[in-house]
Design a protein around this ligand. Structure first.
Ligand code: NAD
Ligand code: ZN
Length: 241
């Protein structure tokens, strides 16, 4: 199985990766869906939507605090490092739905963040931005950071009911259109518009590879499905390249 994928990677000039929450599971960060998913505990509409944040920011901050705590402790795993190595074999960009900064921590050069990043906070009124780490102790103590203007800060991530950053989405679509091979890793491929990236790549002639321990809605459309964990499968590929 690896052999066919390795051959395709060798043949490709341009490679792109699309990553989702499953990419970070081996770094100890819970995904949203599935058995250990955060959504079993936190209803997205009640905690992570724009309307929920406006109605009851303290409640949304319960989820944000948990996510910020998890991400502040997390380190990239062998899969993140493998994607950095893959740059030497033609990987141009990592398009990610993750907000945990792990691709950047590992050293990936071009990361397109479709859903923002928890490492910055943005004021809900004046749009002032600050580093989350400068407020980390305060947040982990159970407090909610406020801006100089008096309004409440929120993580600079895309909430349900908000649109994605248009520039990043356009760049990601452009990458999908020009890539020869796209590897979709650890995404359930149901959250739009991110889920349309691999289909767009396929439509424009790209080879599709998927890495996931479970089949997804994308699996029937891919050329090669590597069933397993992101870290294991990506490092397995790198060993053979
Ligand atoms: P998802 O939660 O819908 O799906 C996770 C997928 O990962 C599933 O298909 C699951 O089978 C797979 N998976 C589980 N363990 C894996 C492993 N070890 N290796 C590879 N795959 C594994 O996630 P999604 O598709 O990314 O979409 C949900 C949304 O979740 C996104 O909007 C994203 O912003 C947000 N999110 C991000 C983080 C993060 O930044 N780490 C964490 C939770 C949720
Ligand atoms: Zn402000």
């Amino acid at each position: 199985m690896y052999e066919n994928v390795v051959k395709k990677i060798r043949e490709a000039d341009k490679i792109a990766a699309l990553t989702g929450a499953g990419m970070s599971v081996e770094s100890g960060i819970a995904p949203f869906r599935g058995e250990d998913g955060l959504w079993n505990e936190f209803d997205p509409q009640e905690y992570a939507s724009l309307s929920a944040f406006r109605k009851d920011p303290d409640k949304s901050w319960e989820l944000f605090r948990l996510q910020i705590e998890e991400c502040s402790r997390a380190e990239p795993h062998e899969g993140h490092h493998s994607l950095v190595e893959l740059e030497e074999h033609g990987l141009n960009s990592v398009i990610t739905q993750n907000v945990d900064d792990l691709h950047q921590k590992a050293g990936s050069k071009k990361v397109l963040e479709l859903h923002g990043n928890l490492s910055e906070l943005i004021c809900s009124s004046c749009r002032e931005r600050v580093k989350t780490k400068d407020h980390l102790k305060y947040i982990l103590d159970g407090d909610i950071p406020h801006c100089k203007c008096g309004s409440i800060f929120r993580p600079d991530v895309v909430l349900f009911g908000e649109s994605l950053p248009l520039g990043v989405l356009r760049k990601s679509q452009h990458e999908a259109e020009r890539t020869d091979l796209l590897i979709s890793i650890g995404t359930s491929a149901v959250v739009q518009p991110a889920a349309s990236i691999p289909t767009l790549a396929k439509k424009t002639g790209s080879v599709l590879i998927e890495i996931n321990p479970k089949r997804t809605v994308l699996t029937p459309k891919v050329d090669h499905f590597l069933k397993g964990k992101a870290g294991e499968k990506l490092s397995g590929l790198m060993e053979r390249l």
